[in-house]
Design a protein around this ligand. Structure first.
Ligand code: NZQ
Ligand code: ZN
Length: 394
């Protein structure tokens, strides 16, 4: 079992009417002048934005607004946000939205006190000493950014999507009302669940396998997501199922399911190149990659894939043939993805096969021209990355 630190400082308000506590949370966490940051239409159309602004007004909290965050949030808007917040003397960013809005907020928060280019943090050129506090009102369970230490931004001028993680990236508070997710379209609901499950799977498929408490938490979380997603696809207003998924999103990426383990993260790295280059939905990019990744790496630890097959996917254990059980688990996951409307390979994701040049370009970017490897369950070099993309392209 690996030594670990576990730092989850985010103050959570969860449940019906949770957004009514927004002004109170802003004050509790020291906000005097707030940038309310949001995406396209959903928060406005649902009335959530008006409710949040009304709360702030009533509490006498000064605020400005900036919308327009798109999925795979853009660096140019982050830079606009930094300039605006400096000009206006903002001391807290309040994200009203999903992972994209929260990440855009985190990037603005890193950039405000930094004299250089905020992109330096994403390229590894600099480390932040401080950041402006971020709070969030979550509207989609998926990225888990509300409790994670990560922030993922796309430099659209170079089709370059990069993540940056730091303890400073943890939101001060997160407000989560599952009712606010009733309006999610099926595609976003399912892509969110694919992402949530992957955050735990990236940790579960670890070279370390002697932490059975963490395994048990991970398996329960995965089973819960797998079962509840069908309930919300059938009935989008199923509060109980929406609530399990919303809390699952936060727990899956706040570090709980990695205590004592070394995480893998290869599928995320491979996916970020896909959404960087082709602007695909993150969760769908993950489901399109995972089955091919799994078949490429399972021999590193067949027993781990057997455990996943039996404890998560409910596949009967063929004790005489562990490899067959492992492969049945992967096939069951593939069927699960398709059953919730997610792609299980690249042609299903893209509507076409990628060209050989595109595959090589994805692997070139993911490996930083061959300079880095990804993954720990099996370490993947540039050739391995090409092989996984190629296998997913059939
Ligand atoms: O822009 P609006 O109109 O608000 O629509 C959004 C958006 O189109 C819509 N939506 C959100 N809440 C809704 C809703 N529609 C109806 N009803 C609601 N209640 O959903 C769409 C997707 O929103 P987005 O914020 O992009 O989703 P998600 O939370 O999946 O975030 C994806 C981004 O997070 C990154 C991904 O790479 C991607 O850029 N990630 C961030 C992580 C982190 N910071 O820890 C970890 C993840 O692995 C991931 O990489
Ligand atoms: Zn993810």
């Amino acid at each position: 079992m690996k030594d670990f630190t576990y730092y989850t400082p985010t103050d959570v308000v969860f449940g019906r009417g949770a957004e009514e506590h927004v002004a109170e949370m802003v004050v509790r966490h020291g906000g005097h002048k707030v940038l309310v940051h949001f995406g396209g239409r959903s928060a406005r159309d649902s009335g959530l934005l008006d409710k949040v602004l009304g709360q702030l007004r009533e509490a006498g909290t000064d605020f400005i607004t900036m919308g327009g965050v798109v999925p795979n949030p853009r660096l140019s808007l982050v830079k606009e946000g930094i300039a605006l917040c400096r000009r206006e003397g903002v001391d807290m960013i309040l994200a009203v939205g999903g992972g994209s809005v929260i990440d855009s907020s985190k990037a603005i928060a890193y950039g405000m006190p930094y004299e250089g280019d905020v992109w330096d943090f994403f390229t590894g050129k600099a480390q932040p000493d401080t950041s402006v506090p971020v709070g969030c009102v979550v509207t989609i369970p998926a990225a888990g950014s509300e409790m994670s230490d990560s922030c993922v931004i796309t430099d659209e001028a170079h089709d370059d999507k990069r993540g940056f993680s730091s303890p400073l990236g943890r939101a001060r508070f997160a407000i989560m009302n599952p009712e606010r997710t009733f309006t999610l379209p099926k595609w976003q609901t399912a892509a969110g669940v694919a992402d949530i499950m992957m955050h735990t799977m990236e940790r579960y498929f670890s070279p370390d396998t002697d932490m059975d408490l963490t395994d048990g938490l991970a398996e329960a979380l995965l089973r819960s997501m797998k079962e509840n997603v069908f309930k919300v696809l059938e009935d989008p207003r199923n509060y109980r199922a929406r609530a399990q998924i919303m809390w699952g999103a936060s727990l899956s990426h706040n570090g709980l399911t990695e205590c004592g383990l070394q995480r893998d993260w290869a599928c995320h790295k491979l996916e970020h190149e896909l959404s960087g280059l082709f602007d695909v939905t993150h969760g769908a990019g993950l489901s399109a990659i995972w089955p091919s990744w799994a078949r490429y790496v399972y021999k590193e630890n067949v027993g781990r894939f057997v455990q996943f097959a039996v404890n998560v996917m409910g596949v009967p254990n063929d004790f005489s043939d562990p490899e067959a059980t492992a492969l049945s688990g992967i096939a069951a996951m593939e069927r699960f993805y398709r059953a919730i409307g997610m792609p299980a390979n690249l042609p299903e994701l893209m509507g076409r096969q990628l060209t050989e040049d595109e595959i090589r370009e994805l692997a070139r970017r993911c490996s930083h021209d061959g300079a880095i490897t990804v993954g720990n369950f099996k370490v993947l070099n540039r050739k391995d990355m090409e092989a996984v993309y190629r296998a997913a392209n059939r």
